[in-house]
Design a binder for this molecule. Structure first.
Ligand code: SAM
Ligand code: SF4
Length: 510
């Protein structure tokens, strides 16, 4: 398959982005190279999302347009993977005769063989369920290493979901919950650290449910898993890893140990994306979310007590069947009371085969649209107010690359996962693994503008060398989270100690 070039179009969540990275590595290992653009590619893979109706229609529209792309050059191949592929399976092949192969969410490893078959004129679909632990055993693409700028990577810790929320198609597209062996996760993170990765985001549909089935059955040791908070402690101890994030935790599994971990593990970033979906207990019950708004507030307050600078973001759905104006007001109230600094909000979209799709009592589309707009307007105001409240603070930015504006402006993320744009000083070039200490000077609704501080540009080796395993601290305290609080370390330590007493009260809510 030498000299063939591939491109991948990815829709949906971080799991899909990470799956696309794995497919890219499999294709590179088979001798293909990444194309600069889709028009240069011989092979195009679409990694699909079926979380909402819109995402599914997008695939059909893309495939329609690809007829022409395929006919422009002989030998071109089109493959489809991801959640729509898992659901629709080989029917996609009958519907689109220019489509060559279809692979489900558990069948990434079959892509090279399917491509080879397609090049010989054989079309195929693989959408079988694979429950073996070997399904985690896939190479991960690190296109940015070793010369690139970014130092962030995704790491899968669990897959699938057993929650069956009444609106959600994930349990049918991603299958049952399965947790990866902890030592394999540790080995992957350590290998990434050796390659220069400084920040990892742990992935799972309900990431903090990691290991829960094994723990509940008393089989965690035999299965090589453990509670999620313990896994975080292990990963925090890996030298070189300065920032740990995880997405998405489920409020039902958000326990005291995880809240405490945010007060104790310095590498654990002061940002939690904690999807709540609704602020109405009545709707949460109909959604089968299995928690109340009070529980959600308890988690948020517990995190704030132990980590005052923490930023909470969330996912919200409006227009769920039976949602009244009063329910929606509860959602607006929750967004304000929990102090969400940002959120993704969606209009409910019925998914075939889910409980909610059979409920009836639909909210008229114009009402759902109006609620979405009101919710997003409130969130915009809250996000801007949060950004404004941070102007004047110092923070630490892990640079991802040039900003959208280009020129000498770079863009990256701070510990709270906010986008920070920075103008480099004259004579400074963008470097791999660049970290910039900065003062935040201007707020916009989507990002913050910062000014690099004196002596903030330092070589990668110097930055990572100061960290001792498990301490989370660099020799110059540049790991970020403590710096962003604007307080000296001693002050922060004191405030955490002071908070410990009141944390007990907050945690009692859980
Ligand atoms: N596992 C995560 C959790 O429990 O919150 C959610 C994962 S889901 C891939 C991402 C988001 O899509 C959800 O948080 C929800 O807000 C949204 N979503 C899922 N199904 C939806 C539907 N049928 N209609 C509208 N939004 C939906
Ligand atoms: Fe979907 Fe609920 Fe599972 Fe999240 S927890 S993936 S919303 S079923």
């Amino acid at each position: 398959m030498d000299e063939k070039r591939f491109a991948i179009r990815t829709y949906g969540c971080q799991m899909n982005v990470h799956d696309s990275e794995k497919v890219a590595t499999l294709l590179e290992d088979s001798g293909l190279s990444a194309a600069e653009t889709e028009s240069d590619a011989d092979v195009l893979v679409i990694n699909t999302c079926s979380i909402r109706d819109k995402a599914e229609h997008q695939l059909y529209s893309d495939l329609g347009k690809l007829r022409e792309w395929k006919s422009e050059k002989p030998g071109r191949v089109v493959g489809v993977g991801g959640c729509v592929a898992q659901q629709v399976g080989d029917k996609l092949l009958s519907r689109f005769n220019h489509l060559d192969f279809v692979f489900g969410t558990h069948n990434l490893r079959r892509v090279p063989a399917m491509l080879e078959g397609a090049l010989d004129g054989r079309r195929a679909a693989w959408v079988g369920v694979d429950t073996s632990p070997e399904r985690f055993d896939l190479p991960t693409r690190r296109p940015e290493l070793p010369q690139g700028v970014r130092r962030r990577a995704f790491v899968t810790v669990m897959e699938g979901c057993d929650m069956f929320c009444s609106f959600c198609s994930v349990p049918s597209t991603r299958g049952r919950e399965i947790s990866r062996v902890a030592s394999e996760i540790e080995a992957e993170v350590a290998a990434l650290a050796d390659q220069g990765i400084r920040e990892v985001t742990l992935l799972g549909q309900t990431v903090n449910a990691y290991g829960r089935h094994d723990v509940r059955r008393g089989k965690a040791a035999a299965a090589g898993t453990m509670p999620f908070a313990e896994l975080l402690m292990r990963l925090d101890a890996i030298p070189g890893i300065e920032r740990i994030r995880y997405t998405s935790p489920h409020p039902l599994f958000y326990d005291e140990d995880l809240i405490r971990a945010h007060g104790e593990l310095e590498s654990l970033c002061p940002h939690v994306h904690l999807p709540v979906q609704s602020g109405s207990d009545r709707i949460l019950e109909a959604m089968r979310r299995r928690y109340t708004r009070e529980r959600y507030f308890g988690i948020v307050e517990g995190l704030r007590v132990l980590r005052p600078e923490i930023a909470i973001t969330s996912d919200l759905i409006v227009g769920f069947p039976g949602e009244t104006e009063a329910d929606f007001q509860d959602t607006l109230d929750l967004v304000a009371r929990a102090g969400l600094i940002d959120s993704f909000s969606f209009k409910y979209s019925p998914r075939p085969g889910t409980g909610a799709a059979e409920m009836g009592d639909e909210v008229p589309p114009e009402v759902a649209q109006d609620r979405l707009q009101r919710l997003q307007a409130q969130q915009r105001d809250q996000t801007l107010a949060y950004h404004q409240s941070r102007v004047g603070e110092e923070t630490l930015v892990f640079v991802d690359g040039q900003s959208r504006r280009g020129g000498n402006q770079v863009s990256g993320r701070d510990p709270q996962h906010r986008v920070i744009n920075l103008d480099l000083r004259a004579g400074h070039a963008i470097e791999p693994g660049m970290k910039l200490a900065a003062r935040l000077v201007e707020a916009t609704p989507h990002s913050l503008l910062g000014e690099p501080l004196d002596s903030s540009i330092r070589p990668e080796t110097e930055v990572s060398a100061g960290r001792t395993p498990g301490s989370g601290a660099t020799s110059q305290d540049f790991t970020g989270s403590r710096l962003t609080s604007g307080a000296a370390d001693a002050d922060v330590a004191e405030s955490v100690d002071r908070a410990a007493g009141s944390a007990e009260d907050v945690l009692r809510v859980l």
